[in-house]
Design a binder for this molecule. Sequence first.
Ligand code: AVJ
Length: 322
Amino acid sequence: MSEPTIEVHLAPEQLDESLREDARVGLTASPKWLPPKWFYDARGSELFDRITRLPEYYPTRTERELLRASAARIAEESSAQILVELGSGSSEKTRLLLDALTAHGTLERYVPQDVSVAALDAAVHQLAEEFPTLTVHGIVSDFTDTLHSLPRGGRRMIAFLGGTLGNLVPEERAQFLASVAEVLEPGEQLLLGVGLVTDPAVMLPAYDDAEGVTAQFNLNVLSVLNNRLGANFDPSRFRHLALWDEVDDWIEMRLEAIEPVTVTLPALDLEVSFDAGEEMRTEISAKFRVEGICKELGEAGFGSDRVWTDPDERFALILADR
Ligand code: AVJ
């Protein structure tokens, strides 16, 4: 086994600067909002991990079953030598792909990327041990920035799983897919996992579970602002909300101020007030229709694609050829 390596594109100062910028923009906007990437400090990553095991949170297990069923076929069709995984998190489902691609005999390198140093560090060490024939090289960055410094020197497949594409608003999404298409060479591929539009009675509990883990995950972003920016949010004065926006086809998570709240953010030299009942958007999680996402991929510059869905059509795995 060769020692795994980690490359940090986001220096801590850069991360702090971009958090300050996001917090300043979002907390002074009306309505207020925060980008979902700040959920994932060590505690946030751990809470997300717990979410993926909740009975209500079907996306992870549905995608895992789809991967199990299709990995061998994906390996055959891609013959990838380098697997780049954007937003890899704990890389838990990736094992199925790594198994299939190593069995197929082509894979040489696995390059997971994530914003969470903690999640990535644990994942690369474990995977390097489990897959001794692979070079494992982690990249800590924002997935939208990773594309500029994509590894070269072999046939690549970019995996973007878990439905994380849904965190982008449509314009960002179009831009992101177009830049993925642009950095790939003909013959290389994108493997995309996206949640599909389904019954709100199924989707909503996935984002508002009975045990309240998602609520803790959502509220944790306030602790991130406290810890990193010296803010004084009292999470107990906020309430987790999840709603389905049927016009935009996305789940929206919000934090609602239960009573009037004033918060100081010394790092930003800023004071912000929430009215009682005021809601702040903390995440969108867009859901797709198969025809719609295939059309978006085509417009972004991808050629043909293969689609796998579960019998309930709640999730899709799409292998798009450049
Ligand atoms: C990691 C962005 C795919 O949108 O389902 C889980 C994050 N938010 N529960 C998702 C999340 C609330 C998750 N993604």
